[in-house]
Design a protein. Structure first.
Lengths: 163, 423
């Protein structure tokens, strides 16, 4: 089971959701590096890229469409970090990183996420990453041509909007 | 700077093109958004950054981050003249300077502190002080559109520079602005309009020398000019108010409603507030016009407008949106009311209150023989959940209003992304 020690949290979702995620991580004694907006988060990506978190959370309720780009930047900086995108109307990030990201739409989906442990979430996301990681013996061809399964489809937990 | 200076332009392609054209000796790179610009400047070195303020206050939030990532770059903001108050806030948030659009080469060069100068002819040295004063005063005049207080602030700064005073205070009515450390006034001049004194200019001690008689005369000249400026601002405000009012109902008009909604959405996104829009219309209004005549129909609209104003809170924006349609913007500008107050704060409860008050009201214009209560139907939509732009939210509220009309009228419906469902 992967050990989850730290997580970044871009707290740009609804306050109740952000607080629920913080409480969930804190209960597991996971260090949270919080950011109130995508710009502060971006500065961290640029200046503290060596501090690799195990998970990244991005709330999308208060983000403009151009600000969703932060998910791509997180992926680009830390390719092996699982990213959870949550919100009332959480959009899936762009196709490039779809298989490495978990999108939670709505309160019920978020509750389902929080019913698991951060370690479980990290494990599920890393299992998606595995087919995309090339080993020296397989650099010539995509991994799934060597008998492995193709990458899992993206996990999109979608629930009807809460009343 | 060695080689061609590198300038990053964060904003529209039009701004990027304008900067590129104005600074042909610079290498210009464009970024379409604040976040992409921040990412770019984190990976490449730029001598200067031009950031548009067209997106509103979001740029102010990004400025400290830009400064963190590029501490040595010269960061300036670009805005239209009416955005100048925001540009001044940007200076507080970390920008080095600002320019007004359309951008001009000399201003860009000066603001970016580029080492080369344009080929415009140099100003003769002996005339520089008066030209500087005129230029500075022009800047003040350009801020008139921002209103009285920002103009007074700029005037105070301008007068302090002109008279080299330690402090200056400019006061007009209940508004006042100071620059520097005013202290007890040493030189004072009233602002007069005809025979009335409407304000004053007070200068504190001068930095090194005493004031001369010529300074007093110069201050009197500036006082007359400033009074003219203040009068113009008052006239502008009156015309502006007229342009925003609906003649029939006295409420704000549709233009003001939509402009205010744009501004509130921008602020709400920055401060994470909820903004609610309710669109109402009078049920079966056409039948009142047909039965009682258009004059009575107009009177009905006026009475409903009075009721809406009475039910709304101080910060709510109430407008006549169209024929018999009204719009209300509810936003959480302040803490809940006085403890124990019975005034509702929930948007749905406020909207339902409008309906209840209208139903219970005895409309004078219809007389005692009115066929029944006057009712209104409404649609309610919230930012950011029902839309992130003015158009989206209004569309959602309008769809909810239509659903309310089609399902029996006389009630309020909430918008929903999947369709409309009654609250």
């Amino acid at each position: 089971m992967p050990d989850v020690r730290s997580a970044i949290h871009v707290r740009t979702g609804q306050r109740a959701s952000a607080e629920a995620i913080d409480a969930w991580l804190t209960a597991q004694r996971i260090e949270i590096i919080p950011f109130d907006d995508v710009y502060a988060a971006c500065v961290h990506l640029l200046q503290r890229y060596e501090d690799i978190p195990d998970l990244a959370f991005v709330g999308t309720d208060w983000l403009g469409s151009d600000e969703l780009q932060i998910v791509s930047y997180i992926r680009e900086t830390w390719p092996r970090t699982g990213v959870v995108v949550y919100g009332h109307t959480a959009d899936a990030p762009r196709c490039d990183f779809l298989s490495q990201t978990l999108a939670c739409r709505g309160g019920a989906a978020l509750r389902e996420l929080l019913a698991a442990t951060p370690a479980d979430v990290a494990r599920r996301l890393r299992e998606q990453l595995r087919p995309l990681v090339l080993t020296p013996a397989r650099e010539a061809a995509p991994p799934w041509q060597h008998g492995e399964r193709p990458p899992s489809p993206p996990i999109v937990v979608e629930r009807p909007r809460d009343g | 700077m060695r080689g061609s200076p590198r300038i990053l332009v964060i904003g529209s392609p039009a701004l990027g093109g304008a900067v590129s054209q104005a600074l042909p000796r610079c290498r210009t790179t464009a970024a379409p958004s604040l976040l992409s610009g921040l990412w770019t400047i984190g990976h490449e070195e730029f001598e200067g950054v031009v950031v548009t303020l067209a997106g509103g206050r979001t740029a102010l939030r990004a400025l400290p981050s830009l400064r963190q990532v590029a501490p040595r770059a010269r960061i300036i903001v670009a805005c239209e003249p009416r955005g100048e108050p925001l540009a001044r806030e940007a200076l507080q948030a970390g920008a080095d300077d600002y320019v007004l659009e359309p951008v001009v080469a000399d201003e860009l060069v000066a603001a970016l502190a580029l080492e080369y100068r344009s080929t415009a002819p140099a100003v003769p040295a002996e005339s520089l002080p008066s030209i500087q004063e005129i230029t500075a005063l022009s800047d003040v005049l350009r801020s008139m559109g921002a209103g009285l207080q920002p103009t007074l602030e700029r005037l105070a700064i301008f007068l302090r520079q002109v008279f080299q005073a330690q402090g200056v205070t400019v006061q007009v009515g209940e508004a006042a602005a100071s620059a520097g450390a005013p202290g007890p006034p040493v030189l004072q001049e009233p602002l007069r309009r005809k025979d009335d004194t409407v304000g004053s200019i007070s200068l504190g001690p001068r930095e090194r020398t005493s004031y001369l008689a010529s300074d007093a005369a110069r201050l009197a000249d500036y006082a007359r000019l400033i009074e003219t400026i203040i009068t113009q601002i008052g006239e502008q405000a009156r015309w502006q108010e007229l342009a925003w009012r609906d003649d029939l109902s006295g409420l704000y008009n549709r233009r003001y409603f939509e402009m205010t909604l744009d501004n509130l959405i921008s602020q709400a996104a920055m401060r994470r507030l909820q903004v609610t829009v309710v669109l109402f219309d009078i049920d079966d209004f056409k039948s009142y016009n047909d039965e009682y005549g258009h004059e009575t129909g107009d009177a009905l609209i006026r009475e409903v407008a009075v009721l809406l104003r009475r039910c709304s809170r101080e910060n709510d924006v109430v407008a006549r949106y169209g024929g018999d349609e009204f719009g209300v913007i509810l936003w959480d500008a302040e803490q809940p009311r006085v403890p124990g107050s019975q005034h509702p704060t929930d948007p749905m409860a406020l909207a339902e209150r409008f309906g209840a008050v209208t139903r219970q009201h005895s409309f004078q214009c219809l007389g005692p023989g009115a066929p029944g209560p006057v009712t209104i139907s409404g649609g309610l939509a919230c930012f950011p959940w029902d839309g992130k732009t003015r158009a989206e939210i209004l569309r959602a509220a309008d769809a909810a209003l239509l659903a309310a009309k089609r399902s029996g009228k006389n009630h309020i419906r909430l918008a929903d992304q999947a369709g409309t469902m009654q609250a």
